[in-house]
Design a protein around this ligand. Structure first.
Ligand SMILES: Cc1cc2nc3c(=O)[nH]c(=O)nc-3n(C[C@H](O)[C@H](O)[C@H](O)COP(=O)(O)O)c2cc1C
Length: 250
């Protein structure tokens, strides 16, 4: 990778507002084709991507993303799915008996799907496009599946909203890299160490505002009680677990 590309990735940020400029079909196809060169389990490519460009298509799927502005305002929505349908079909017409109705196979699919999606994200950002992941994909997978007519053995995992940026988003913080990288073996943190690790994040103006606006004592409570609370997590876990079971996984 060139130094220029590294510098640009070092300062990348999620884009949530897009201009009306259309993403050229040829560029989109090239980025998808190159992204598919990403590593994947056994080179089986157990993933698919649904490209939604039409207004009707976006309107059909956007409610499942709670009509987030990135979903309604982007040029292209890409829904990346675990796809065993294609591979197992190939097995069936070749007298081969697939044994992929299990967690291990689902994990291959999820890992490969996400690598493919992120490879696309990186290529798109380096090409001047803006992208926003929509985590609502795993919340409302049944509705997304219905809107996109996903068949048996196909499960949506992540969605990317893509378009030309209409904003210069502020770069978001990251934890100090030493707290993430463990040399030779895992180095557990002390209480003082963990406070140091999160010190900068806790003291960002935005974090302080979150704490105040939500009437919480700490930023950690904003995450546990407001942004990602247990009851919501458990509800959507059950929805997704039932859904993947209905698609013939685990
Ligand atoms: C799996 C995943 C789901 C996400 N879901 C959403 C989402 O639903 N809406 C949104 O605005 N951003 C979403 N994001 C973007 C994150 O909020 C963003 O990447 C994070 O805050 C770091 O900011 P940055 O990408 O600008 O560095 C998601 C990112 C990932 C990887």
């Amino acid at each position: 990778m060139t130094t220029d590309a590294i510098q640009r990735l070092a300062h990348r940020a999620t884009v949530r507002k897009f201009t009306d400029r259309k993403v050229d079909d040829e560029l989109l196809n090239t980025l998808l084709e190159v992204a598919a060169k990403a590593p994947n389990t056994g080179n089986m490519q157990q993933y698919s991507v649904i490209v939604t460009r039409s207004e009707e298509g976006k309107q059909r799927v956007a409610p499942a993303h709670f009509n987030q502005p990135a979903a309604t305002g982007c040029d292209v929505l890409l829904t990346f799915c675990v796809d065993f349908n294609r591979f197992e079909h190939w097995c069936r017409v070749n007298d081969a008996r697939p044994g992929y109705n299990n967690l291990q196979a689902f994990l291959w699919g999820v890992i490969d799907t996400v690598i493919f999606a992120q490879q696309f994200n990186t290529l798109a950002e380096l090409s001047g496009l803006g992208c926003c992941y929509l985590g609502t994909t795993t919340y409302n997978a049944p509705a997304i599946s219905a809107a996109l007519e996903l068949p048996d053995r196909v499960v949506p995992v992540v969605t990317l909203a893509v378009g030309y940026p209409a904003e210069e988003p502020t770069e978001s913080d990251r934890l100090p890299i030493e707290s993430i990288v463990h040399r030779e073996k895992y180095q557990p943190s002390t209480d003082a160490g963990i406070r140091d690790t999160y010190y900068e994040k806790e003291n960002l103006a935005e974090s302080r505002r979150f704490v105040e606006e939500n009437n919480k004592q700490t930023l950690a409570q904003v995450y546990t009680d407001v942004r990602y609370p247990r009851d919501t997590n458990e509800h959507f876990s059950k929805v997704y677990a039932d859904f993947i079971a209905s698609k013939g996984f685990c």
